[in-house]
Design a protein around this ligand. Structure first.
Ligand SMILES: Nc1nc2c([nH]c(=O)n2[C@H]2C[C@H](O)[C@@H](COP(=O)(O)OP(=O)(O)OP(=O)(O)O)O2)c(=O)[nH]1
Ligand SMILES: [Mg+2]
Length: 132
């Protein structure tokens, strides 16, 4: 089965975490995720995530520590997710790859219809995420 490595960002602002919604016309349309994308050959995860945040949100971000790694087997592919903390350093969000975004309080995160691979991330954020 296809195995892909994907980076995703936990971006916090004012105590809220950024969630982005995939386009309805995508295979997983309407689901929520953390912005990011596939690591290209020769690219470090951090460089990938900076590139993805520029491409998808139009922002310059500083990538912080690795928050967690999680792997999920979908019917058609296995996704290995590398989840980093990140902070926006410049720019204002303009959505180039998503249909919506929301800034969520940590205790509200469970209200969204997340991609299946993201539930362990949501659970870990709610159990041991420390803002700093
Ligand atoms: N970015 C992101 N992808 C996720 C998350 N959870 C999850 O299962 N995925 C899956 C969905 C996709 O099958 C895969 C990569 O997603 P992607 O569509 O963002 O990849 P990309 O930005 O490189 O986009 P593209 O150039 O392939 O269109 O990872 C998540 O929280 N964030
Ligand atoms: Mg993406």
């Amino acid at each position: 089965m296809q195995h892909i490595r994907v980076t995703a960002a936990i971006i916090v602002d004012n105590g809220r975490i950024l969630a982005t919604q995939r386009h309805d016309h995508d295979a997983t349309g309407g689901k929520w995720e953390f912005p990011g994308g596939k690591i290209e050959p020769g690219e470090t995860p951090e460089a990938c995530l900076r590139r993805e945040l520029r491409e998808e949100l139009d922002v310059d971000a500083e990538i912080g520590e690795l928050f967690m790694e999680t792997t999920h087997a979908y019917p058609s592919k296995t996704v290995e997710l590398l989840v980093y903390r990140a902070a926006i350093r410049a720019g204002t969000i303009v959505l180039h790859a998503h249909q919506a975004h929301r800034w969520m309080m940590i205790d509200e995160l469970g209200q969204l219809d997340w991609l299946a691979a993201d539930w362990p991330i949501v659970t870990k954020i709610q159990s041991d995420f420390i803002e700093h």
